[in-house]
Design a protein around this ligand. Structure first.
Ligand code: TXA
Ligand code: MG
Length: 342
């Protein structure tokens, strides 16, 4: 198929909304990463998302809304817990996905057969306008081919999905740069399943006790049941081999000084750049996790575009604040391979 390239003009939003109402696929900008959207209540449209991405069908999708009232309007949940209201007040619209008990109205193709549904109210104005003009909730995973890093620009989407989707809407670079935080209210206490722009500390401030799923920071044991199916798949991985390196500044720089300049790339801090002779892809200043998050997926994609790249060494972040989300993505990109020099 020919992929239509759209802006966020009102006219283009109407065009995209029409495509969605007719059961088509539209890649839309959000503040986290680009999403590949379809009408969440149209089974056939939702099924085509899995085909376009090459995504396993047991991996459930997030349902996107453009107001808290949409949850009731489209009767998405069988109950709207008090804790969901608190989270919505504190973090919506924004980079938080809340998992709640699902209603009959949500097709099981959306939830991978689970009896819960993931809901998010994004803050990107174009996403909000598109959802409300489409007149339906939108199921949308990240708009990448399954297994590659999530897209943070319309160009990334086009690299992966040109010719596989009806339209790509360019809404500029994604502000957060990492996928939303995912919390489930189907456990007591609630459990953080995927860290993102909303941090564990912020969630605990609002809800009190929040558990951290083991799979966030550790590799699942062979055969263990993933609390969130997405966690069991290989993710975010460039074609080059990625290693996380746990080391102080000088140790990291010394370690890299012995590496082959033509095949090695360092995903590092701005402060490292003058001290390294291998190819560098700086993510931001050492203590600025927000900027590092914004740049991470773009850097992982760029690593593959540097001719000759075979190995990528990445500085290992702490797991505080947004650092937890960075660590969670990087440890998967690295297939859990950590070089510990501390
Ligand atoms: O920021 C985001 O969340 C982006 C944008 C487009 O909104 N979307 C996104 O979707 O990252 P996706 O499909 O790449 O990731 C959704 C994650 C997956 O790990 C999936 O397994 C999990 O959420 N998930 C969805 N529904 C779930 C459910 N009912 N129970 C447990 N995990 C669920
Ligand atoms: Mg994804």
């Amino acid at each position: 198929m020919d992929t239509l390239h759209l802006t966020t003009s009102q006219e283009d939003i109407e065009t995209a909304a029409r495509i969605l109402r007719q059961g088509g696929l539209v890649a839309m900008p959000t503040e986290t990463v680009y999403g590949l959207a379809a009408n969440a209540l149209d089974e056939e449209a939702v099924s085509s998302i899995f085909v376009a991405k090459g995504r396993p069908s047991d991996n459930p999708l997030i349902v996107h809304i453009s107001s808290v009232e949409d949850i009731e309007r489209y009767s998405l949940v069988s109950s709207f817990p008090e804790k969901a209201r608190k989270l919505a007040n504190a973090f919506w619209p924004g980079p938080l996905t809340i998992i709640m008990p699902k209603s009959e109205s949500v097709p099981s193709v959306v939830t991978g057969g689970l009896d819960s549904v993931a809901v998010r109210f994004p803050s990107h104005p174009a996403a909000q306008a598109l959802i409300s003009r489409a007149g339906c909730p939108l199921a949308a995973p990240s708009a990448n081919l399954s297994g590659s890093p999530s897209p943070t620009t319309a160009e990334h989407v086009s690299k992966d999905l040109e010719g596989r989707v009806h339209a790509i809407m360019d809404g500029g670079p994604a502000q957060v740069g990492l996928e939303s935080t995912v919390i489930t209210l189907c456990t007591e206490p609630p459990t953080l399943l995927r860290p993102g722009g909303v941090t564990l500390e912020q969630l605990r401030d609002v809800l009190g006790q929040v558990d951290l799923s083991d799979a966030v920071l550790n590799k699942l044991n062979e055969g263990a049941q993933a609390p969130s199916p997405g966690m069991k798949y290989r993710h975010y991985a460039p074609k080059a081999k990625v290693y996380l390196v746990k080391a102080e500044d000088d140790t990291f720089r010394d370690f890299l000084s012995s590496k082959d300049k033509n095949s090695t790339v360092a995903l590092c801090y701005d402060e490292d750049v003058p001290h390294l002779s291998v190819h560098t892809l700086p993510l931001g200043e050492k203590n600025d996790y927000t900027t590092q998050a914004h740049n991470l997926f773009s850097a992982l994609r760029s690593a593959d575009e540097i001719p000759g790249t075979q190995v990528v060494y990445v500085r290992c972040p702490d797991t505080e604040g947004v650092g937890m989300a960075l660590f969670n993505r990087l440890i998967r990109a690295a297939g859990f391979e950590v070089i510990d020099l501390e």
